[in-house]
Design a protein around this ligand. Structure first.
Ligand code: SF4
Length: 453
């Protein structure tokens, strides 16, 4: 994959710079139509960005401290790279984790390092859409791009997902409002349904809101599957299991059958509640069933800017999307066994490298306590609880703002980044390439010494 950046359309007048078609990497929508105005090496305007995107671009100040700290003390980056490589090579059961907020180029090198050291590579998918990753392998995914949703989607269902707050331009750019080739009147040509356990902000945008019983997703989806296949479940059972009258599900099924192009976007309200991957499997199977009646697709609404890229890169390199162990020289996939939070909570990992993630702020207490006991390396543009406790911490440049590269939008479409500002810090890619180089040298030396013996 090339790391050269396509030329951004820039107009530079003394200290003023305009960057057209910049890409926001704050959420999985990865909007690539942002116009940035840069003055005095600072972004002062982000046209078309939503409130979250504006905060991402305008509050970017970059880390002011040194690029590298070893045991809390400033050190040259080269020294940090050597120390990081030593930690990883000396470990018996190292894990590399994070990766969803960096470029595909950096993710690729991280997987190579895991392969060299015979470690585990895992991404933040394991704590968000991991169950969907497992379900894709069992059921498959009937899917499409967001461009097709924009041009064709006439029934849009959001299940356990609240894009009005998590992906503010989802409705306007892709799913509800835009006028498309086969939906020329935009919102007027679409029906929006929200299924959730509470009335979210997204529910206000819906034509039909179905409030199900918490933990009732699996039963609700199987009720729809039964209806899609012409069976009528017992109304009393359905009400007890889903908290919703059967007639409501029958009405929804009728709308789904009448749609010309139906889409289900699903979120962590489905994947991280009771049932987990079985919920995702039920939704993927329902989508497949609906294709007996009409065209229907589904798509997870992904959170981090390049978490979809992380799934893709890890899958290209190992055959599996996350939680992959390479200690036997070939990939093994077993969520729960090779996922980072579990490896740490059981006290198994003896070293770690965390890339662009903050497990010290969101893992379980047992996992955090173990991480604090072992040597670990952290790469992050900001100072975080994870970088503060790291044996070696690198403060890196921000992807999309300082660093070029490739990211994947939530619909698996790769998008190039057009950075606006220089950074005094190295990129994740540069640091990881340095670590990989050192790891290979150390392993070569070790092999040479073993031969002599
Ligand atoms: S929707 Fe997401 S990617 Fe688009 S501008 Fe807002 S935060 Fe950025």
């Amino acid at each position: 994959m090339s790391t050269t950046t396509p030329p951004a359309k820039e107009a530079t007048e003394s200290s003023l710079k305009i960057v057209e078609d910049a890409t926001c990497t704050f959420c999985g929508c990865v909007c690539d139509d942002i116009t940035l105005k840069v003055e005095e090496n600072r972004i002062v305007e982000a046209k078309r960005a939503c409130v979250l995107g504006k905060a991402w671009f305008l509050n970017h100040q970059g880390h002011e401290g040194p690029s590298c700290l070893i045991e809390g003390k400033p050190a040259p980056v080269e020294k940090g790279i050597r120390r990081a490589a030593e930690i990883l090579v000396q470990a018996r059961y190292p894990v590399i984790y994070g990766l969803s907020d960096t470029t595909c180029e950096a993710q690729r090198v991280a997987v190579s390092i895991a392969d060299w050291i015979g470690g585990t590579v895992d991404t933040t998918t394991s704590v968000c859409h991991g169950p969907s990753g497992m379900a894709f392998q069992d059921v498959g995914e009937v899917t499409c791009t967001l461009g097709e949703v924009r041009h064709r989607g006439d029934l849009i269902i959001f299940w356990g997902s609240n894009p009005a707050e998590s992906h503010p331009r989802h409705f306007t750019r892709y799913s509800l409002m835009p006028k498309g080739m086969f939906v020329p009147r935009g919102r007027k040509d679409r029906t929006c349904v929200v299924v959730d356990v509470r009335r979210t902000k997204s529910a206000k945008a819906a034509d039909l809101f179905i409030q199900i019983k918490p933990g009732g997703d699996f039963e609700a989806l199987w009720t729809l599957r039964a209806l899609a296949r012409g069976f009528r479940p017992d109304p009393q059972d359905v009400l007890e299991q889903t908290g919703v009258e059967l007639s409501v599900w029958e009405d929804l099924m009728e709308r789904m059958k009448q749609a010309r192009f139906g889409v289900i976007f699903f979120g962590m309200g489905l994947t991280m509640t009771r049932g987990k991957h079985l919920n995702s499997e039920a939704l993927l199977a329902l989508t497949r069933d609906m294709n007996r009646h009409t065209r229907f697709v589904c798509k997870p609404n992904r959170g981090h800017g390049n978490v979809t890229g992380a799934d893709n890169v890890v899958a290209w390199r190992t055959g599996f999307p996350f939680g992959v162990n390479l200690s036997r020289g070939y990939p093994r996939f077993n969520p729960g066994e090779y996922t980072t939070t579990d490896l740490l909570a059981r006290g198994e990992a003896d070293a770690a490298m965390i890339v662009a993630s903050d497990p010290m702020a969101n893992f379980s207490q047992r996992a955090r306590e173990h991480l604090a006991r072992i040597p670990y390396i952290a790469l992050d543009p900001q100072e975080t609880p994870t970088t503060r406790g790291a044996t070696v911490a690198f403060h890196t440049a921000v992807y999309g703002i300082n660093v070029p590269g490739t990211v994947y939008r939530m619909d698996d479409v790769p998008i190039r980044l057009r950075p606006a500002l220089d950074s005094p810090h190295p990129s994740d890619l540069e640091v990881l390439q340095g670590i990989e180089h050192q790891v290979r040298q150390l392993l070569g030396k070790r092999k040479g010494a073993e031969k002599k013996e």
